[in-house]
Design a binder for this molecule. Structure first.
Ligand code: SF4
Length: 309
């Protein structure tokens, strides 16, 4: 069977020969669909409607590789394996085959998927300890405008189901900032998810290489405010008490260290180096402490620009 694997993960296994500035701690696997995913998400290079190369997801290349090649080159260098779906014929059966295959490496497994019927999730959940859900949009309006498949409420029900099956703090909802949302949309959603027992894995919108930018994106300083807001919620604080979302600044002394908020958010061990930014910067999600140390001056300036330092 053929799958796509992020080029950084392949480099860690010695299958691709590229220099890594920072190493992925998770093996990222994506279902292979040569004609593209049948969903119509306007920002995604895997969608059949977009002319971008299927070799990419965000700004990362995902070469196609046979499972046997992965097995042959396997090294115990990852703390997690993440298997991500596309919508295509028989994708559920293929997900089951993939989970059974990757189980042999005795590494915690995440499944990142669009909504599935309860019975199907129940079957797949036996293999995983964490679930990722590609909601992507921060509000129902953005959800419609980017043409996500299913409905907003189907996703919310699926998130609830995921928490019921896997437990609290095991469900990570992917949200892409920069699709035209208001920062308050993300905070409103995060508050709702926190109550449900799920968290946001935050992404920055980037157009795939060599394709046009279709959405406004988000300034890195405003992304820092979102990261601070999510960290505040994690720690049990109300972001609105600390952040002025009209003036886009921090309005009173933070009870958290803002430098602790800038790391990649997701399942334990998921660090996604340079998934949504160029190594030249600005870096939106920091994949490691050493990478943050290299960029500390820029990050401090970004935080000072929004009154967070
Ligand atoms: S947070 Fe990371 S490991 Fe978890 S589902 Fe999302 S991409 Fe995969």
């Amino acid at each position: 069977m053929i799958v796509r694997v992020s080029i950084g993960s392949l480099a860690r296994l010695g299958i691709e020969n590229i220099a890594l500035i920072d190493v992925p701690t998770t093996l990222y696997v994506l279902q292979y669909a040569p004609n593209g995913c049948i969903a119509r998400c306007a920002f995604c290079s895997q969608s059949h409607r977009n002319s971008s190369s299927r070799e990419y997801l965000a700004r990362v290349m995902w070469p196609a590789v046979e499972l046997e090649v992965l097995e042959k080159h396997w090294k115990h260098v990852f703390v997690r394996i993440c298997i991500q779906n596309v919508l295509k014929r028989m994708f559920v059966e293929e997900l089951m085959t993939l989970l059974k295959f990757f189980e042999r490496f005795s590494t915690p497994l995440s499944l990142c998927t669009t909504p599935l019927p309860s019975k199907v999730l129940e079957d797949l959940a036996k293999y995983i300890d964490c679930l990722g859900i590609g909601l992507d949009a921060a509000s129902p309006t953005i959800f419609e405008s980017v043409e996500k498949p299913f409905t907003w409420s189907t996703y919310i029900r699926f998130i609830e189901n995921g928490v019921r099956m896997l437990g609290k703090a095991k469900v990570w909802v992917h949200v892409v900032a920069g699709l035209g949302e208001d920062l308050r949309d993300v905070v409103k959603l995060a508050k709702r998810l926190t109550k449900l027992g799920a968290y946001i894995a935050l992404f920055n919108y980037v157009a795939p290489p060599k394709s046009e930018r279709r959405f406004p994106g988000i300034k890195v300083e405003h992304y820092r405010l979102l990261q601070i807001a999510l960290k505040l919620l994690d720690e049990g604080y109300d972001p609105e008490h600390y952040i002025d979302f009209d003036r886009l600044i921090v309005k009173r002394a933070l009870p958290i260290d803002p430098l602790e908020a800038v790391y990649t958010r997701g399942c334990p061990g998921c660090n996604r180096p340079f998934y949504n930014e160029s190594p030249r910067g600005p870096i939106y999600n920091f994949s490691s402490r050493s990478l943050l140390e290299k960029h500390i001056k820029e990050v401090e300036q970004e935080l000072q620009a929004v009154n967070a330092l």
